[in-house]
Design a protein around this ligand. Structure first.
Ligand SMILES: Cc1cc2nc3c(=O)[nH]c(=O)nc-3n(C[C@H](O)[C@H](O)[C@H](O)COP(=O)(O)O)c2cc1C
Length: 333
């Protein structure tokens, strides 16, 4: 999935956002090298293969979206044995790569010994990575995703070393601590320090909202591997722009309007669930809200009361005829 010397742009896992239809849609850009699935939580028992196949339908089609984007399976949990058994089940279900989540800040997850809480225990990070690495065939890459620390940015140095000691093939770092949540600023510099000192590739992640952020992140980290999440939705031209910078793909961003993008999401959702199930407007509003907060969608007010997907698309269509600026998703520079 990730080649040490080949630049890569990765679609971040975002629980409740980057589900299979969204991964299909993002895969169609040709900008991403692979996507990471939303986390599946390992609690009291190993996750069975049927759950992996239900939650990550790409496993039934060679581990790729219908648009050809490889999908890595992400698991989260604090018990090395259960994590290893879950990873084995994932591989038997069709997984071609496993990522381990050590970054989730959600209190429920952290209270149950998963996600970012493990950042406080470097030895446990190492044990979990080693257990999963040993359990799955050598041909299956195992990676880890960390935040900089629980409260202290400096935690990253020990934790990153432990990920390597456990045998991971690469490491993704979200440039914040658990205590920082999603609040700006991000701290990209430590990622650069880790990258220079580790023998495995390091993927830089966090707050790359526009091309200018990407350039600064590249200057500060020296990475050739990047992951973006929220900005792939809020600024739909950005994946194309970054892919061009990284010489992954020179495909120009299509001249999408928001309404076209939402229609594409509906089409991919129909593909997965069948067209008979009525589309809820919730997912569409979630996307436009992200774009309104962080991107270039200027009038969330016009759609926020829509009661169905159809009504929402109608509102958007009317608005796009009235004010073209409202409806295009040109890049935010
Ligand atoms: C709603 C939401 C859900 C997320 N779910 C996951 C997840 O399932 N697994 C994970 O490793 N990170 C998850 N993240 C963190 C993202 O993968 C990413 O590290 C973070 O959003 C910073 O990147 P960005 O600034 O490019 O969005 C989530 C983030 C958000 C906003």
């Amino acid at each position: 999935m990730l080649h040490p010397n080949r630049p890569a742009l990765i679609l971040a896992p975002m629980e409740g956002i980057t589900d299979a239809p969204m991964r299909d849609l993002q895969g169609a850009t040709g900008a991403f090298s692979y996507a990471v699935s939303e986390f599946l939580r390992v609690v009291a028992h190993p996750i069975p293969g049927r759950v992996f196949r239900r939650e990550i339908p790409e496993l039934l089609q060679g581990g790729k979206t219908t648009t050809g984007l490889p999908v890595q399976v992400q698991i989260l949990g604090g018990d090395p044995d259960l994590m290893a058994l879950s990873a084995m089940n994932a591989v038997q279900a069709g997984a071609t790569g496993i990522d381990i989540n050590f970054g989730c800040p959600a209190p429920t997850v952290n209270r149950h010994d998963g996600g970012a809480t493990l950042l406080k225990y470097p030895d446990r990070i190492e044990a979990i990575v080693r257990s999963v690495r040993t359990a799955v065939p050598d041909s299956i890459p195992v990676s880890a995703k960390l935040r900089l620390g629980w409260e202290d940015v400096e935690d990253i140095y020990e934790n990153a070393y432990r990920v390597v000691a456990g045998g991971a093939s690469w490491l993704t770092i979200h440039a914040r601590t658990r205590a920082q949540g999603y609040k700006p600023p991000v701290f990209w510099k430590p990622i650069g320090v880790v990258r220079e000192s580790l023998p495995i590739p390091v993927v830089a992640n966090g707050d790359i909202w526009k091309l200018d952020d990407f350039d600064r992140c590249r200057d500060e980290t020296g990475c050739i591997h990047y992951m973006i999440g929220r900005s792939a939705l809020s600024n739909p031209s950005l994946p194309y722009q970054i892919a061009e910078r990284l010489h992954i793909s020179g495909r120009p961003a299509p001249d999408w309007k928001w309404v076209d993008l939402l229609q594409e999401l509906i089409r991919y959702t129909d593909l997965h669930r069948g067209p008979k199930i009525a589309q809820s407007p919730t997912r569409l509003k979630q996307w436009l809200k992200l774009a309104a907060n962080f991107g270039n969608f200027t009038d969330f007010e016009a759609v926020k009361m829509a009661r169905s997907a159809t009504e929402l698309l109608e509102c958007l269509d009317i608005a796009s005829q009235a004010t073209p600026k409202f409806a295009t998703c040109a890049s935010v520079e």
